[in-house]
Structure formats: C-alpha cells, structure tokens
Design a binder for this molecule. Structure first.
Ligand code: HAS
Length: 567
C-alpha cells in the first residue's frame, strides 16, 4: 500500500523519534553496568547522577520507546490489513500529545526534578511536569485506538460481515483494549495522589495504596509490550521461514487468554509488602501461572510453524530441520528472522525466570536482587526489544523506499545482543541468589575495595554482567549504523506500508475465539474479584500509613526540608 505526505511523516517519526531517545537510554544502561561492576567509580556521568540515569534508562527504554513504536507499528499494520487510510486529524493530535508529553517528562528527568525511577514509587515524588508528561503520552497513545482503528474495524466488519477479522488486527485490538483497561488504576494513582502531592495540593499519600494501584497497571504493562512481538511471531515469522502459521485458532486463543489473565496478577510484585493478606497474594500467584499459559501456547505454535517452514525448505529428521532455518540469510526480508530467533532464545530464559519470580516462596529469595534485572533484560530487553528493532528497520526501509543498508551489521546485531544479554542474565541470576541488590551504585560500595561494604565474592558476576552489557551495546551500535544508513540512503522504490504476512496452515472452526464478549465479561469479573479486597485493605489500613513526600536526594519529608531551608 503506497504511503506519502503527512501519513508517511507520522509513521516514520513514530519510529525514528523514540529510536533517537533510545540511544541515550542504551548508553545510560552501559553506564549502570560498568558502575555496578566497579569499573566506573563515580556517582554520575556527563552531569547525570546514577539514579537520574537509572530513571532515564528505564523510562526511555521501557515506556517511551515501546509506546511510540507500538503506536507506529499498529498504525501501519491497521492500514495495511484493513486497506484504509489513517484519519489524519486524530493522528496529528495523538502525535502531538505523545511528543509534548515525552518532552515534558524528559525535561523533568534531565534537570534532576524527577529521579523517581520508571516505577515512580511513592513516597518518592517528582516535579508535576513528569506526571503530566506521562499522562499526555498515554492519552496520545490511546487516541488512535478509539477514534481511528475502532471506527475502521467497524466499517470493515459492515463490508465483510462473514469474514474473519484478520489475526493481526485482532492482536492490535486486544493489545490496546488491554492498554485502556490497565491505564485506569495508574490514572487514579497519578491524578488523585501523585500529582496533587507534587503540586502541593495534598500533603501526604498512602504508599501501599498507590503502589497497589501502580502494579494493577505495572504487570499488564509488560503484556502491552509483549503482544506486538507475538503479533509479529504469529503473522510474520512463518512467512520468513518459508512456511505458514501452524494454527490460527491457537494464536487467537493466546491473545484472548492474555485479555483475561494479564491484569489480576499485580500482587506478585508485592509479595513482600505488609498490609496485604497472604491469601490474596496466593490468588494472584495462581493467576500469574495462568498468564504463562498463552506464552507456552505461543512457544509450541511458533516452534511448529518454524518446523513446517523448515520442512518446506527440505529440512528432515527430528532435529535436522533446525539447520534449514534462515539464521544468516540476506535474501529479501529474511534477515528479519535473526531478530525473532534471538529474541525467542532470550525469552526462554525470561519465561523461566518469570516463573521463578512468580513462585511465592522463591520470590522471597530473589525479590529486589539482581535476579529481577536479569529477568527483565531477557523479556522486555530481549524478545520485545529485538523484535521492535528488527521491525523498525524493516519499516524505515519501506517507508523511505530504500534498501536495508549494511545488511551484515544488521544481521550480526541481534546475535551480539542475544549473546550479551544471555551472559548478563546468567551472571545477574547467580548474583541475585548471592543477595546482590538491584538499583544500587555498587561501584561506590560493594564492588569498591576501599569501601567497608566491599564484597569480593560478588565481583566476578558483576564483571561478567558488565562484559555482557558491553557485547550487547556493540550489537546495538551495529544496528544503529544500519538504521541510519537505511534512513538516509537514496530511495529506490515507492514508499509503502508493507509487511511479510503469513497464511495459516490450519484455520480451525472454533467459534469461541471469534466471539469476544464472553472474554471481556470474564476479564471484568476476574479483575473485580481479584482486586476488591487488596484495594480495600490498602485504602482502609492506609489511613494509618499516610506518608509525606520525599525525593531521592533528601530522604526526609520535603515539607520539613522546605521549613528548614526557610529558617
Ligand atoms: Fe516479569 C518482574 C513474573 C513475563 C517484565 N517482569 C518484572 C519486571 C519487569 C518484567 C520489567 O511474578 C521488573 C519490575 C520492576 O521493576 O520491579 N514475568 C513474570 C511471569 C512472566 C513474566 C510469570 N515480565 C514478563 C514479560 C516482561 C516482563 C513478558 C516484559 C515484556 N515478573 C514476574 C514477577 C516479577 C516480575 C513475579 C516481580 C519480581 C519481584 O519480586 O520484583 C510470564 O509471562 C512468562 C511466560 C513466558 C514463558 C516463555 C515461553 C517461551 C517462548 C519462547 C519459545 C522459544 C522458541 C525458540 C520456540 C512461559 C515463547 C527456541 C529456539 C531455540 C534455538 C532453543
């Protein structure tokens, strides 16, 4: 489908703008890993203090890059699949809100007014511009769903009353419906608690209640990141390996299971917090195991699709077909496979560590340790980032009408990223079992031989994780070279919105995966049942647990500090 003018500008900028920010995010990641290994012994770099850098690293990489990419990718996919143009007034408004919101939050973080980490845990308090920026980014990201894609899907349905909704379209609609639902608790947290305290309209907030509201949003957030990768695995990967999607119904079932199980699991981030009852934590633990189910379905369906494709290419034997996959192919679009397969390898580790985190008793060993950072660098930093990077490069080439440049660099990049983060993950997991904390500038404490806190037994794993980080960053630099060379190359064809879409091998007649109402009803009931008691506990007990605002530089209530300064 040809694309030009404002539509092309919007789509391209939704990919390029966050990528440019990601460069800063990745460099700050390198700083973290070197500081933790004691290779850098400083409380900051380039004028950016350690926790300020950690806030920028988490917020840019996990919130800004992902949200922009997901909106840009979904916009392009909806155009391509429904064959309809985007509604430009809606798209401009969405773009403007997202850009302004990002710049506001960036201003607050870069000027040291919002060193609250990407989880903005109260009682840490940021400047109001950080919260307003986040709200604008989120509102902007939702506009296309309500005002562009939903009307387009309804119009498509009227024209095609008996056809199945294309799988990619269904995936996007599930992702954004989930996004809308999970935004509600965090919007309450920001608008009723964090923002009023930050503006001085309220003196205190209840940390337990606000944290419970945050994780009500914070865990489903990871599936907002993951589902676009699953859309790619189901609809594009089979074509790249020369085959077909093994089962259409399995893919749809996986999306619908995410719809019902993604949200009511947030207490697995709060197992160690007092004030919430053990029974409800156990219930959330049980549902967390349920939300792993659609990922298991995905693992088997994707493996079956790869096997089908490899056998079409002459692959034989129980394991021999693995050799027929296009690991290093430069032919056509097949280079993209390297991003998916390396992401999948990392996600095997991400899945196993996630299940360890979810286990109530194991979590007590790993919570707040380096183990958690290992886990999320193989999930959001693994499959999600690699698939987003690969498809960003693909989209930039198509939208600019250029060929992918420096294909060798683009092909090696995901392998280096995978090797780097595998090393990082293993070292951080072992370190986590040793008790190494997360979110700590260890170069000034545990890995500094001059410090009383020095722990020589922790050093080796921190150094291995630093080596992993360096290898991954080299992969990123190779990717960056190919990305900018492709962006700036001379166009050789008409700019277009295109994707390598696969057909399904089996299209089973399962009515339940085409009727969304029962799933939405179960989703609402499950959320209401799983959260009424924890919220009641947190809100009622919270009356005694109100806390004044703090910030990371002044771990005394800000109000007292202001009084002190005035005196
Ligand atoms: Fe998680 C903490 C549990 C998935 C991200 N998670 C985090 C944090 C982040 C995060 C960012 O229960 C830190 C938050 C913070 O700052 O405090 N997580 C899980 C579970 C899953 C899970 C059960 N997480 C994710 C995904 C993320 C993500 C996805 C980002 C995208 N996580 C937790 C828990 C915590 C947590 C606790 C809190 C810990 C604490 O104490 O603080 C599941 O959804 C995982 C299911 C996945 C699978 C894997 C399926 C495998 C596939 C690959 C197949 C490969 C093939 C190729 C076919 C079951 C699909 C093979 C090829 C070869 C060549 C071998």
């Amino acid at each position: 489908m040809r694309v030009q003018g404002a539509t092309r500008f919007i789509l391209l900028s939704e990919i390029v703008f966050p990528f440019v920010l990601l460069i800063l995010g990745v460099l700050l990641g390198l700083f973290q890993v070197l500081a933790r290994a004691g290779i850098l012994r400083t409380d900051g770099i380039l004028g950016i203090e350690y926790y300020q850098g950690l806030t920028l690293h988490g917020t840019i990489n996990a919130i800004v890059f992902t949200t922009f990419f997901i909106v840009g990718f979904s916009n392009a996919l909806m155009m391509h699949q429904l064959g309809r143009p985007l509604r430009l007034p809606v798209q401009w408004l969405s773009w403007l809100l997202m850009v302004v919101g990002t710049l506001m939050a960036a201003f607050a973080m870069l000027t040291g007014r919002a060193t609250v980490l990407y989880t903005f845990y109260p009682p840490l308090t940021a400047h109001w511009s950080f919260y307003v920026g986040v709200v604008l980014l989120v509102v902007g990201s939702l506009l296309p769903f309500f005002l562009d894609w939903t009307p387009s899907v309804l119009a498509w349905r009227r024209e095609n009353p008996t056809a199945r909704l294309p799988l990619a379209v269904m995936g996007v609609m599930v992702t954004f419906f989930l996004w809308f639902v999970m935004i509600i608790p965090v919007a309450i947290e920001i608008l009723f608690f964090l923002l009023p305290v930050s503006l001085g309209w309220r003196e205190t907030f209840n940390p337990l209640l606000t944290r419970t509201l945050f994780w009500f949003f914070g865990h489903p957030l990871v599936y907002f990141w993951l589902l676009p990768s699953y859309i790619m695995l189901y609809t594009m990967l089979p074509r790249l390996v020369g085959g077909k999607l093994y089962s259409d119904a399995a893919a749809r079932l996986a999306f619908l299971l995410f719809l019902i199980f993604s949200v009511p699991v947030g207490l697995h981030h709060q197992y160690t917090e007092g004030g919430l009852t053990a029974g409800w934590k156990l219930w959330h633990a049980f549902l967390t195991f349920m939300v792993a189910l659609p990922s298991f379905i995905t693992a088997f369906t994707v493996a079956a699709s790869m096997e089908h494709g490899a056998r079409q290419q002459g692959g034989q034997g129980l394991f021999g077909w693995w050799a027929k996959l296009p690991y290093f192919s430069r032919e056509g679009d097949r280079w993209l496979f390297a991003y998916f397969i390396n992401g999948l390898i990392l996600f095997l580790f991400g899945g196993i560590t996630g299940i360890i985190n979810a286990s109530y008793n194991h979590n007590l060993v790993v919570h707040n340790t380096a183990f958690i950072a290992g886990h999320f660098h193989t999930t959001v930093g693994g499959l999600v980032t690699l698939s987003f990077l690969g498809v960003s490069l693909y989209m930039v080439a198509r939208l600019r009408g250029t060929e992918v440049q420096l294909k060798g660099a683009a092909l090696w990049a995901p392998y280096l990223w995978m090797i780097g983060f595998l090393l990082f993950e293993i070292a951080m997991s072992v370190a986590g079992f040793q008790g190494v904390p997360r979110r700590t500038n260890m170069g000034l404490s545990y890995t500094d031989p001059q410090s009383d806190l020095y722990r020589p037994d922790w050093l080796m794993n921190m150094q291995i994780s630093a080596l992993g980080g360096v290898i991954a960053v080299i992969g990123f630099v190779l990717f960056m070279l190919s990305f900018f060379a492709t962006l700036l190359a001379r166009p050789v064809r008409e700019p277009a919105v295109e994707f390598p879409m696969s057909e399904a091998l089996h299209e089973e007649p399962v009515a339940l995966v085409h009727n969304y109402r029962p799933w939405v009803a179960v989703m609402v009931l499950l959320i209401a049942f799983s959260y009424w008691a924890p919220l009641y506990d947190a809100a009622v007990r919270g009356i005694k647990a109100e806390s004044p605002a703090y910030n990371e530089r002044f771990p005394v209530p800000l109000k007292e500090l202001q009084t002190e300064v005035r005196r």
